[in-house]
Design a protein around this ligand. Structure first.
Ligand SMILES: [Zn+2]
Ligand SMILES: [Zn+2]
Length: 161
């Protein structure tokens, strides 16, 4: 039995992973946990706007149907992204200086998505929310933390092609 106590990053990433399983897209689903001073401020998963049908309800994700490459044409999927859903459920004061934990799962297999990175639009929203760090799992063993200040400095990451 593994009795090793998980690190805080592990703990919050495990919660984000569990939250991603509530997502409603047929392609991939993500879960976000916003943490500030060891306190969970907000959570969110990918899903259609309230009152609208989800990809899983209509049986098709347009983005998946036309095989859009990673990082492009997010508007074709019906989902509001996990990061955005977490951010709109917290106040700016709660988020300033905080960390957003992001984890994902493949809909078809339930396998964890490693090296998740927010899309360009979510990155902009994360910057304006005042969040300082974004933490993801690179592999089962390795955790990576992005500094949002680096995204602000490297503007090309934020420009939409
Ligand atoms: Zn979708
Ligand atoms: Zn996004």
């Amino acid at each position: 039995m593994n009795t090793e106590r998980p690190s805080k990053d592990d703990y919050y990433l495990s919660i984000a992973l569990e939250i991603s399983r509530r997502g409603t897209c047929l392609r991939r689903n993500y879960g976000s946990v916003i943490v500030n001073r060891d306190h969970i401020v907000s959570t969110g998963y990918s899903g259609a706007p309230r009152g609208q049908r989800n990809c899983i309800d209509i049986g098709v994700c347009e983005r998946q149907r036309v095989s859009v490459p990673p990082g492009e044409r997010y508007e074709l999927c019906r989902s509001v992204h996990a990061e955005m859903n977490a951010i709109i459920h917290a106040s700016r004061e709660q988020m300033i200086g905080g960390t957003l934990y992001l984890a994902g799962t493949e809909h078809s297999t339930g396998a964890e998505v490693y090296s998740a990175r927010p899309c360009k639009l979510c990155a902009r929203v994360i910057i304006n929310a005042g969040i300082e760090k974004v933490t993801v799992r690179e592999t089962q063993e390795k955790i990576h933390t992005y500094k949002v200040a680096d995204w602000i400095r490297h503007e090309d990451f934020l420009s939409v092609p």
